[in-house]
Unconditional design. Structure first.
Lengths: 127, 127, 127, 127, 127, 127
């Protein structure tokens, strides 16, 4: 059932994104509630809790893809937070972005590292 | 010492690439021995065995970046073999590429999955 | 219901891809039946027949995105056939790729035009 | 005649961009009047009013290419306005960006949708 | 005059591409004579012999852009030949592609170096 | 010796980046001193003063790659300054970005030209 996918997706989404995720979905709802639903259903309802990869590794795979694309700074920051929420350490996130320098070049790695730095700083301030 | 980096890199490189890697380096040597040395030194000497990530996870991160770039089919096939050599299962490789559909789109995911399929077929024939 | 999405997607997929599509899905099934199902469900079940855009315009949008990505030659050829099947003319497909030269550069446009040329030739031979 | 191309291009450019376009050209003129002329001549003088595609569809093709590139946010916002000026509705623009999620991934689609949202908001304020 | 741009472009194009260029234009003419004309007029008629950069440096800039894009193998091979025809040495071409490893990653650099290798081999055979 | 590479890299880096470079490295050090060291060692220690290309041409190659990637605005601005420091003129930098319109499209060229404009303005103010 489509409703199952949505419910499952929303549960997964909320579990790892918290308040930030809720605001993001509201923001997206104002431009396209349909797209917002697809985002919950496909990435978070269908893919996110498939058994093949644990959630931490999924986030590393995601961070790697986003850093390689180069243009996905908002998503890179959001998934840096999500990765931390799933228990990935800051050190491991940094390690992924260092490795990106080999496959997508130093500018992509630098941009990802500086995006992560901003997220870490923001989280430190909140404490 | 630079020689240490090269030796360490070559050891890492050989450990995971086997015969395929040796042919590749010979091929690259014919166009630029300097570049071939940099490839051994930086990705495999400096980055590959840093403590922050185990080798299996490094390969998943690499496969994700290569699939997201979209154009890196030869490297995608090479690292699919490397990932298998480090003990990553076929199922996990497929799982990474399924997830790529979310972040880089279905064409990038399809191309990665079909590249992996060719590698798996080739390996099955050799048995 | 998920089954509805799959059935609707498969119907849409078959209507525009014919034999080529069937072989493609079989090919994809051999590496990942799950991904093959997602491909039918999300792009073809959820998105393809949304009311906002007619199917011809959807194909032009798709051809434009694929040409801009630059690396998606197999998908570009497949969607060139799909576009023709939905009634888009060869002239209009060429026109889209000419326009791509402005936004993604001449190499992306050239590659798309030469891919289309191969498809047109192949179709002419079959007649 | 080159002058014809420029005149024709400028007329096309002005017709769809209004004040925003004029400021943009002034901005570009300060760094390179030659490039500014090429921009008017090639995309707007040569390509824009070729008979093969109506202006509305051209804008959808452009929006699709820009969204797929991922990095072209300023151009995406500018062409969102242009598309509206040619008579494309907000709903159709949103529909194009939803479809981008399939071909270039969810981050590219999200960025395009949020860029469109900002444009729509800005236009609503002006009313 | 448009005819001037075309004549000037064709002269520039022929001067550096030789037989290979002629075949390429014929190939392109079969799918779109209009696009083929734009290719001669804009890149080769307008840009190619602007005074700001000598032709050798222009080719290095072009090779760098094509290598960074990652997907432009046919154009990379064609411009490797063009660069050689303008007097750029093989060593300098290799040097450009080595540098690409820093800015676009090792896969983009490897693909460009192996494309150049094929071109050099092909040219050696002809001798 | 690794220390030699670092010292040589740092000397090269400082020679062309001045104060801007120092701040950048401090910024990077706060997120990953290791990565910061790799950046000095590989691009600036290994590649930067290889004999095959003079420093000015290297910067043009770099600017071309960065502009073609599309997403590397911070690096584009930094290397615009570096290029000026090595003696490249503003006119030549503009010329490189005009040429990018052919290979990576007008949006990539526009973004690079407007980034250069900001750098030029900033430098003019400092005088």
């Amino acid at each position: 059932m489509s409703d199952d996918r949505y419910e499952r997706g929303l549960k997964n989404f909320k579990a790892v994104t918290g308040d930030v995720g809720e605001k993001f979905i509201q923001n997206l709802n104002e431009i396209s509630p349909d797209f917002s639903r697809y985002l919950i259903e496909y990435p978070f309802g269908d893919i996110y809790n498939r058994p093949g990869l644990d959630v931490k590794t999924r986030e590393l795979v995601t961070l790697s893809a986003l850093a390689a694309l180069g243009y996905a700074e908002p998503e890179l920051k959001a998934h840096t937070k999500v990765a931390l929420n799933t228990g990935v350490t800051r050190e491991v996130i940094i390690e992924v972005f260092i490795q990106i320098s080999v496959y997508a070049g130093f500018p992509a790695a630098i941009n990802a590292l500086l995006a992560a730095k901003e997220v870490f700083k923001e989280l430190d301030k909140k404490k």
